[in-house]
Structures are given as C-alpha cells and as structure tokens.
Write a protein that binds this ligand. Sequence first.
Ligand SMILES: [Zn+2]
Length: 310
Amino acid sequence: MVNSRSRRTFLQAAATIAAARSLSAQNTAQNSQESIKLAIFNRDRKWLALESEATLERTFQIDTPLGKSPVVRQLRYQGTPFYYIPRYGDAGSGEITRLFDETFPGERLVQIWVTFMQLGVNYVIHGNIIGGVHPDLSLNDLVIVDDFIDLKPNHPQSITPYFYKGKPLELWPEAGVRMFPVMCPVARRALYDKALLHHFAKVKLGGTLIQTRSARWETPAEIRMLRLLGADVACTLDASSIVYAKQAGIHFATGQYIMNFGEGSRPMEAATTSESGFERIATSMRKTLLDTLKALPSGPPKCDCFRPRA
Ligand SMILES: [Zn+2]
C-alpha cells in the first residue's frame, strides 16, 4: 500500500535519479553514440575471458567526480553491447591492482560504482568465487543470493557522497535507502535461468551471503557463528557492491560460485576445487553472465527494487 505522501516522495526520488542520470548521460554521450545500459563486473578479467566470446569494441576512461575512471571496456555479445570493469586494474595501468594499493578500504569498489553511475547503466551483473558455509553446498555449486549480512566494519557506508559531491543539493537522494528486495528479482531470475543452461553443479536460487573482513579468511569458530546466523556463503567484498548498487539506483544480481568450504567445516577435504574445476567455473560464469545480459529487458524491469520509504 502506497499512500499519497510516500508516492510523492517516491516520484521525487525517481525524478532526482533521472536528473542525475541525465547529467551522466551527457557525459557518456561524449564517449558513445549508442546508449548502453548493461554492465558486467567480476574479480579477474583474464580468468573470465569475456573477449573469447564477446567482441571488444573499445577501451576508454571517463571523467568522474573522483577523477579519471578505471579503464572501461565496451564489448558486444551477439548484438548486445555492454560495459565491463574488473575488480582490479591491470598491472602497470596506474589503477588499483590489488587490495594493498588502496588508500582507504573499499576505494576500488567506490571508483567502480561511481563509474557505473556516471555511465548511466541500468543493470550490473556480477560473479565471484567464494566460500561455502551451508553444509548442503559443495564445491562448484552456484548460489544466486537474495540477501546478505554485512560484518565488515571499514568500507564506506554510502556511494552517494562520492558521486553527488559538488552537485546541487536538490539532486542528492535521501540518505537512507530501503534494502528489500535486496537484489533485483528480475535480474536474479535471468541469471538463474541462464545458469541452468550452462552450470555443471548445483544452482541454488536464493541464499544469504555474509560479508566478513578483508585480507584473511574466517576462523573455524567464525564459520560456526556464521552458520548460526544463517549464512549460505561467505565473502569479503560483495555485500558492499550490493549496497552501492542500491544507493546508485542500479538493478544488480550476483552469482556466487563455491571454491572452498568454510574453515573447519569439512577438515578432511582438499582446500579448494580442482584446477579443472576453476576452468569449468570460468566457462560457466562467462556464458551465464553473457546470456543473462541478452535476456534482460531493454528498459528498467518491472520490479520493486527502489521502493518508497514510507
Ligand atoms: Zn530490479
């Protein structure tokens, strides 16, 4: 039930996002004659090897409120154009190439999401390889999560000030956003639909991701705690992306592929999936992400991703 006051608030918020996006679109128009609304983001460009199936059309940088953006790749897959940014830049590029290059925790994620906002994309589809916590999950299984718990204390709480700094105050969105639905149900369904075509192990629609600290994995006691809290998978960065996508007004979905078991939960198993397992995950993720882009609606989907606050 949406009352008239909240409806007005919702319309104001929608107008705010549209105005900000218009500014972005003007910037983007300098770089592209074509309106591109889709993007892929993942941890490792060479491992995912999108260019083995999609055509690289150009690489470029844009001006953002943070300065020059990371290098953006514009690719085309079976007629569908999209942008791609990896979690880290290439060695020697001058970009942040690893966690320890950051001047503050989460800096690279902030750069990436500000760039997606400046590009004016509607959708970002993401994949990662992470740790399994739920005992029913095994190596190589895929979880298309629909919720998260954030236990990371040190990433910026909001992408908003990084993008809107210097813009008129009336363009800034409200400080707090609703987080339910946590991720885009339309994009998640598309990801699930395509994963069933390409993945070789279990595909689970729905699950809870818990984000823990960077630069180390969890202890056995922490994994036991995460199970009690209802975690299916554990990772160190991806909940921040879910938050930033929501604050950015971008429809977001992520596929989490299990590369190992939570520490202590399966002590006699090998530490990670096999080398051929990693190769098959790369192929599955690549084909799934590309086919998901093709399946998304051409405009924003009919979802409730950005619900009014009251
Ligand atoms: Zn959505």
